[in-house]
Design a protein around this ligand. Structure first.
Ligand code: PLP
Length: 339
């Protein structure tokens, strides 16, 4: 039985669900991990996660299908990306099968928090790894915690498929050869202030330019950018300091294979927005959020419309979400059933 929740009006907010998974790494190995009802962590005051930002995280969702079964969308890709984040921050990797088993355990233990099919709501999983244990020097931690909790969510940006406006930030979220491609908290700590400036001016979030030249779009706060041209190209920025979005790579595939667009990862110059008839932000939390307009200095550039989603963006959204909820056939390996 699903919980008695107003699924249609869920936002993106912390809720204490019943169980979370927690595993510990010590003396060179992970233990088996276990489910617990305790939603607090008791860690050493010298933990590297607290002082030196030694931590990384992931985000993925579980979807209830029409037949009652439960889908995970490309969890192996989240596992692989987390392994890369761990490599970058000198943390021990969580093997892919361990990661997926933990995801399944959390979903099964909290099944009542997963919305019924047709509500559009999902169960958002938040895996994370933190460096803990006795320490004060700048070095990798002696111990680590890997945990996954989950929350029921609606859509991330208010208004679902309604377009949002974004502000080009004067700040950078990551350095050219820094940690932009790793999903680490430090990138987000650096983005809180620019994000607040954007939101206090009624924008949904910032758009960051490439940190080296400030001429090309990099990404949208916590989501990747894509644009659609009049001659049917799907273009998304390529840069070593962008977080490689699994949603973005899924859309590149779907744009080409299912919509027949030319799918390109390349430069998106901020002074060449005129080439796009539509634009959007994509990520697990945002799904696809149409971009109404972008403020760049004194210039406000409107793409398709500030109030309506464009036709190509809508088709991409329907294709992606249809696959995630099991209504449309998925490319090989994209869906993992929670059984
Ligand atoms: C997680 C994240 C995204 C989206 O990635 P998905 O794999 O599509 O969820 C985009 N940008 C940043 C900065 C992120 O942290």
């Amino acid at each position: 039985m699903a919980k008695d929740i107003d699924w249609q009006n869920l936002g993106f907010a912390y809720v204490k669900t019943d169980y979370r998974f927690i595993a510990r790494w010590k003396d060179g190995a992970w233990d088996n991990g276990e489910l617990t009802t305790d939603n607090t962590l008791h860690i050493n005051e010298g933990s590297t996660a607290l002082h030196y930002g030694q931590q990384c995280f992931e985000g993925l969702k579980a979807y209830r299908c029409k037949d009652g079964s439960i889908n995970l969308f490309r969890p192996d890709e989240n596992a692989k990306r987390m392994q890369k984040s761990c490599d970058r921050l000198l943390m021990p990797q969580v093997p892919t099968d361990f990661f997926i088993r933990a995801c399944k355990e959390v979903v099964k233990a909290n099944e009542e928090w997963l919305a019924p099919y047709g509500t559009g709501a999902t169960l958002y999983l938040r895996p994370f790894i933190i460096g803990v244990g006795e320490n004060i020097g700048i070095k990798t931690a002696p111990e680590f915690i890997f945990s996954i909790f989950c929350i029921p969510v609606g859509s991330y940006f208010k208004g679902g498929l309604a377009p949002s406006n974004f502000l080009v930030s004067e700040y950078d979220r990551a350095a050219p050869a820094g940690t932009g491609a790793a999903k680490v908290g430090g990138n987000y700590a650096a983005s809180l202030y620019p994000g607040k400036l954007a939101k206090s001016n009624n924008f949904a979030d910032c758009i960051y330019l490439d940190p080296k030249t400030h001429t090309k779009i990099e990404e949208v706060g916590s989501a990747n950018f894509f644009g659609i041209t009049a001659d049917n190209k799907f273009i998304t920025p390529y840069s070593p300091s962008i977080l490689p979005s699994i949603t973005k790579y899924s859309l590149l595939y779907l744009a080409k294979e299912r919509l027949g667009l030319e799918a390109i990862e390349g430069d998106v110059y901020i002074d060449k927005l005129d080439q796009f008839t539509e634009a959007g932000a994509c990520g697990t939390a945002a799904v696809i959020t149409p971009i109404g307009g972008i403020q760049y200095g004194d210039d406000f550039h409107v793409f398709y419309s500030e109030t309506e989603v464009g036709p190509v963006t809508k088709r991409l959204y329907d294709e992606l979400v249809g696959i995630q909820f099991g209504d449309l056939e998925a490319p090989e390996g994209w869906i993992v059933k929670v059984d």
